[in-house]
Design a protein around this ligand. Structure first.
Ligand code: PBG
Length: 332
C-alpha cells in the first residue's frame, strides 16, 4: 500500500474516545449562561399553568420569589419578569405600566427581599401587557403605533421599574430612539449602574403565540406588529438596529427569536463585539415540548443541542423557559 491511500488528516482521531472529545470541545455552556423568564399573576399562593406552554406557569408574587430562590440555588444569574395584568387595569394608554404599585414592581420587590443581590432582575419595557388593544405602544386614530409619544411612556415605565429595583431594563417595543431616552432618564435619576439590554433585533415572528397567551394580550391583539417589529427577511437592517441601540447606550443586545436567527447573532458578534443574548421564545419552547412528546428525541437532547448552538454562534447567554431544566442538566 502506498502512502496515497491514507488520508493526510484524520479528524476522527480526536473523536475516538470520550476523554478526547471532552478535551476538544470548543463550546461550553454553564448555568451562568441562562436567563429564566417568569410570568407573574395576581393573588397569593397562585400557580396557573399556561396551556400553550406545558410545564410553564404564571406565579403570584410569593411564588415568583420562590422561583428566584430556586434560580439562585441552580446558579442561574438572572430572571426576566413578565406580568399578566388584570383586564380592568388594561387601558388604551397602558398607564398601569408606570403605576409604582403594579404587579411588576411588587414582583421586583419580593424577589429583592427574598434574594438580595444574589440574582439579577431583568424587566421588559413595552406596553403590550398593559394595553387594552395588545399593541406595544400608543395608537393614533388609524390604529398606527406612534413612535415618539410611545417612547415618552416607555421612559416612565422604565424609570418605574428602576425605582422598584430592576437591574436590567430590556426594551422589547422596537420604537426608534427609546434606548437613548431611557438611558438619559436613568442617568438623570441617579441609576448609573442599571443596565440596558436592548431587544435590538426583534422580528415580527410567528413564534410568540404562547407568550401572548401567558401575558393575556393574545386575545386582545388586533392586526399584527409588523410596523415596528422587523421583517424576518432582513439581516442588514438588524445590524443597523443593533448599531443604533449600542450608540444610544445599550450595554448588551438581544436577538429574538433565537434559533431561526443564528446568522444575525453571528453577524452581530463579529461586527460589534458586544455581549449578545438570544431569546429562545415561547414558540420555540413549545416546539421542543411537542417534539419530545411526539418521540422525535428526548427533551434533554433536543434542548441542549439548541442551547449549545446559541453559544457557538457567539451568544453570552440565552433567555429560555427551559432554564431550570437546563441548569439541572448542566450542573450534573
Ligand atoms: C413584548 C414581548 C413579547 C415577547 C417578549 N416581550 C411578545 C411580542 O412582542 O408580541 C415574546 C416572548 C416569547 O414569545 O417568549 N413586547
Amino acid at each position: 500500500m502506498t502512502n496515497a491511500t491514507f488520508p493526510n488528516t484524520r479528524l476522527r482521531r480526536t473523536r475516538a474516545h470520550a476523554w478526547s472529545r471532552r478535551m476538544h470541545r470548543e463550546t461550553v455552556m454553564t448555568s451562568a449562561d441562562l436567563i429564566w423568564p417568569l410570568f407573574v399573576t395576581d393573588g397569593s399562593g397562585v400557580e396557573e399553568p399556561v396551556a400553550s406552554l406545558p410545564g410553564v406557569s404564571r406565579w403570584s408574587v410569593d411564588g415568583i420569589a420562590q422561583r428566584a430562590k430556586e434560580a439562585v440555588e441552580l446558579g442561574i444569574p438572572c430572571i426576566a419578569l413578565f406580568p399578566n395584568t388584570q383586564p380592568d387595569k388594561r387601558s388604551d394608554d397602558g398607564a398601569e405600566a408606570y403605576n409604582p404599585d403594579n404587579l411588576m414592581c411588587r414582583a421586583i420587590k419580593a424577589v429583592r427581599d427574598a434574594c438580595g443581590s444574589d440574582i439579577g432582575i431583568l424587566t421588559d419595557v413595552a406596553l403590550d401587557p398593559y394595553t387594552s388593544h395588545g399593541q406595544d405602544g400608543l395608537l393614533d386614530e388609524s390604529g398606527y403605533v406612534v413612535n415618539d409619544d410611545t417612547v415618552a411612556v416607555l421612559v416612565d415605565q422604565a424609570v418605574n421599574q428602576a425605582e422598584a429595583g430592576a437591574d436590567i431594563i430590556a426594551p422589547s417595543d422596537m420604537m426608534d430612539g427609546r434606548v437613548r431616552a431611557i438611558r438619559m432618564a436613568l442617568e438623570m435619576g441617579g441609576h448609573h449602574n442599571i443596565q440596558i439590554m436592548a431587544y435590538a433585533a426583534k422580528y415580527a415572528s410567528a413564534f410568540y403565540g404562547p407568550f401572548r397567551d401567558a401575558v393575556g394580550s393574545g386575545g386582545l391583539l388586533k392586526g399584527d406588529k409588523k410596523s415596528y417589529q422587523m421583517d424576518p427577511a432582513n439581516g442588514d437592517e438588524a445590524m443597523r438596529e443593533i448599531a443604533m441601540d449600542i450608540a444610544e447606550g445599550a450595554d448588551s443586545v438581544m436577538v429574538k427569536p433565537g434559533l431561526s436567527y443564528l446568522d444575525v447573532i453571528w453577524r452581530a458578534k463579529e461586527q460589534f463585539h458586544v455581549p449578545v443574548f438570544a431569546y429562545q421564545v415561547s414558540g420555540e419552547y413549545a416546539l421542543i415540548e411537542a417534539g419530545a412528546a411526539a418521540g422525535v428525541a428526548d427533551r434533554e437532547a433536543l434542548l441542549m443541542e439548541k442551547l449549545l448552538a446559541f453559544k457557538r454562534a457567539g451568544c453570552s447567554g440565552v433567555l429560555t423557559y427551559h432554564a431550570p431544566f437546563a441548569a439541572r442538566i448542566l450542573n450534573g
